[in-house]
Design a protein around this ligand. Structure first.
Ligand code: 5AD
Ligand code: SF4
Length: 483
């Protein structure tokens, strides 16, 4: 990341056309407006970034925070008190949208008390035309609306809003652009997400992501490696490579490179200790990748491999392009190569046309694979996706009954699987002070499980040895082994 003195930018000139220089110009300009606003208020201005949804959004929120800090918003505070509130939204399921509307209503009340407050909305939900129409009609107090493709323009859009005093809306249908070298503010000093690709080309029939995140675009390996090297120089020891489908990384590059090759290059970065990645699609997970994972000293012992359904019939209707047998074989191959791997998954219950027999196939996969943990979702109809127009929707009471049965099974297996490491010593990355007991620290094991143990905050960001004394279902209590 370039460190730049925005004060040296000449604002009397026209903004540059080229990125990221254009955004540096608007950061400088927005900074001027924020300073004026702050003088008017007689205090430093505050902000609040609210993140809904996935890891991808969490990473985007760090970019939003980076820009807000660069333009002069000082400290992050509670939503009702902040001078700039931005919701980075998710739309993967309908209830996520409802939550945003509910919270916006409350925020409007807070805005009436604070004349300096600006409200921004961005992310996946904003890519839906009906959402923006509704906001334009019934939520006039919102100041700024943009989508997933132009988040890099945040400073420019804030400037436009400050100059126009009107609701600013900028939504792009799609993009092939990736803008590098913009500021971002990490939530953790020792770990970071790193985008390796954007968008998705899979078009699973239930999923809205390809419509709101656009077509697949990979960042160049050079840019990715450079970013990680900078992060490591800045104290990062663990990275999470992010993409909707990391296994199809590199296909659209000028010089194609596979995800397995990218991982090998990243492994060579000195000082980097741990590599995670998310999300893998079972149809694309290659033997090469399994081989790389087997020999890697840095790739964590955790794989999130969404199965979605255990029924080949449903998988077919979901356009997942693998069968139940393919998935089970894949799990066997991975476990043979990396025996201590922790496997987690996503499952959807109640996809249109799901029969009792189909559901039993899902239960069968759960019992056979014995996932370390699973996120279970009730199918949510997303307008615009092919599944939304399938006539055969499953009645709610049937879905509920299946969902509860699945959840019980998943939790039972998960608590049994999670306890197998009791009395072993594990390497953990210390992430912070325990939320409930400040004498305890919380660390993350390679397999993504958490362990709480007595210690102090000087350990944060260090990788240490902890003996796991007691399993508490989904986490452990332990003790540090002194070296
Ligand atoms: N309904 C329910 N769950 C969904 N997911 C994606 N789309 C839907 C939908 N329409 C789930 C999938 C995916 C996870 C991120 O969200 O399981 O893996
Ligand atoms: Fe993430 Fe998907 Fe939600 Fe977008 S819709 S924020 S990609 S989970």
């Amino acid at each position: 990341m370039k460190t730049l003195d925005y004060n040296t930018i000449d604002l009397s000139k026209e903004p540059p056309v080229k990125e990221p220089e254009r955004q540096y110009y608007f950061i400088a300009k927005a900074k001027k407006y924020v300073m004026e606003k702050s003088k008017e208020a007689g205090r430093p201005l505050t902000f609040c970034v609210v993140t809904f949804g996935c890891q991808m959004n969490a990473r985007d929120s760090e970019k939003l925070t980076g820009i807000l800090e660069q333009i002069g918003y000082r400290e992050e505070t509670q939503e009702e008190l902040a001078d700039f509130v931005i919701y980075n939204t998710c739309t993967v399921r309908e209830n996520a949208n409802q939550r945003v509307y509910g919270r916006l209503g409350q925020l409007n009340r807070a805005k009436k008390q604070n004349p300096h407050m600006l409200i921004g909305l961005c992310g996946c939900m904003m890519q839906e035309t009906e959402v923006v129409e509704k906001l334009k009609k019934s939520y006039r107090f919102v100041d700024l609306i943009f989508g997933t493709h132009n988040i890099y323009k945040f400073a420019e859009l804030i400037t436009t809003r400050m100059e126009s005093q009107r609701m600013v809306i900028d939504i792009w249908k799609d993009t092939d652009k990736i803008v590098e070298d913009l500021p971002s503010e990490r939530k953790y000093s020792f770990k970071s997400g790193v985008n390796i690709m954007f968008g998705c080309n899979n078009f699973c029939s239930y999923c809205i992501v390809p419509y709101v995140r656009g077509r697949e675009r990979s960042r160049s390996p050079k840019d990715i490696i450079r970013e990680i090297e900078h992060l490591v120089a800045d104290g990062v020891v663990e990275i999470m490579l992010l993409g909707q489908n990391v296994n199809s990384y590199g296909k659209n590059l000028d010089v194609p490179m596979s995800f397995a090759e990218l991982l090998q290059n990243i492994e060579r970065i000195d000082g980097l200790e741990r590599i995670r990645f998310m999300t893998s699609h079972p149809k694309d997970l290659s033997d090469d990748l399994i081989e790389v994972m087997k020999h890697s000293k840095k790739i964590c012992r955790h794989l999130h491999l969404p199965v979605q359904s255990g029924s080949t019939n449903v998988l077919n209707k979901m356009n997942r392009r693998y069968t139940k047998e393919h998935y089970l074989n894949l799990v066997d191959k991975i476990r043979a190569a990396v025996p201590d791997i922790s496997l987690t998954t996503d499952i959807i219950v109640g996809f249109p046309g799901e029969t009792d027999d189909d559901f039993e196939e899902t239960m069968d996969v759960v019992k056979k694979v014995r996932f370390d943990s699973a996120f279970t979702f009730i199918y949510s109809k997303r307008t615009g996706t092919p599944a939304a127009v399938i006539k055969d929707q499953v009645p709610q009471d049937v879905v509920k009954e299946r969902f509860n049965r699945l959840l019980k099974e998943v939790q039972q297996i998960s608590s049994e699987e999670c306890s197998v490491y009791t009395d072993t010593v594990q390497e953990v990355l210390v992430e912070g002070i325990n939320d409930h007991d400040s004498t305890l620290m919380t660390g993350r094991m390679s397999n993504n499980m958490l362990v709480h143990f007595p210690g102090d905050d000087r350990l944060i960001g260090k990788i240490i040895q902890v003996e796991l004394k007691q399993c508490k279902g989904f986490y452990y209590l332990g003790e540090r082994i002194k070296e």
